[in-house]
Ligand binder design. Structure first.
Ligand code: ZN
Ligand code: ZN
Length: 207
């Protein structure tokens, strides 16, 4: 069974599945509702570690039954709390992110960022890159010029952001997917009007 790379749960079918992308419907919807950059989630998770380390060290330093080395370590932590938290953070967060029982919003956001779907902080400018046409062409090529959702190859193929660009989704390969017009419209739950002649099939809805 395929596994969603964001919640780490197995599903019979995923909303988006290709060699580059494995994301379930719930995570797709959730990431598009949060409207948050990854940096905020990293900070919130770091805050948990800080509170935990502070509490632990406060107990250890005043307890006569803990060994000396532990009291010394508690002293060091209390003396340089921020930098001790920074030192411990990456190992700690890696362990949490690898654990599939961690399914809260912050973990989904951190995983989405690590897989290249979501920006770490707010991009300087919002919008499509100058080479968007080339980027979109490369995505269609990677998806063998077929809709990843229904496999059709006989319709105008759009390139869709799994996490919307307006929700701080990136223009990286792991966040872009080829969809036919029908599947794309289903994704945005509305008719996409690109004009009669579809001269700009790469143009994406602002959503
Ligand atoms: Zn998922
Ligand atoms: Zn389709």
């Amino acid at each position: 069974m395929p596994t969603c790379k964001i919640c780490l749960k197995p599903f019979k079918t995923l909303r988006f599945q290709s060699p580059r992308v494995c994301v379930c419907g719930r995570c797709t919807n959730a990431l598009n509702e949060y409207k948050q950059v990854a940096e905020i989630s990293y900070q919130e998770v770091r805050e948990l570690l800080l509170v935990g380390m502070l509490r632990r060290a406060t107990i250890d330093i005043s307890s006569p039954t803990v060994p000396i080395w532990k009291q010394q370590s508690a002293e060091r932590i209390l003396g340089n709390l921020e930098s001790e938290v920074d030192k411990a953070f990456s190992k700690w967060v890696n362990k949490l992110v690898a654990d599939k029982s961690n399914t809260t919003k912050n973990f989904k956001i951190i995983r989405a960022h690590r897989r290249g779907l979501l920006h770490l902080d707010r991009p300087h400018r919002w919008g499509y890159p100058n080479n968007w046409k080339e980027v979109a062409h490369k995505i269609r090529q990677l998806d063998n010029f077929a809709c990843v959702s229904c496999s059709t190859n006989d319709e105008a193929l759009h390139v869709h952001h799994i996490v919307y660009a307006s929700n701080f989704g990136t223009h990286q390969n792991t966040n872009l997917i080829t969809l036919c017009r029908k599947c794309h419209e289903k994704e945005h739950k509305r008719v996409l009007d690109f004009g009669e002649n579809m001269s700009e099939p790469d143009e994406l809805p602002i959503n």
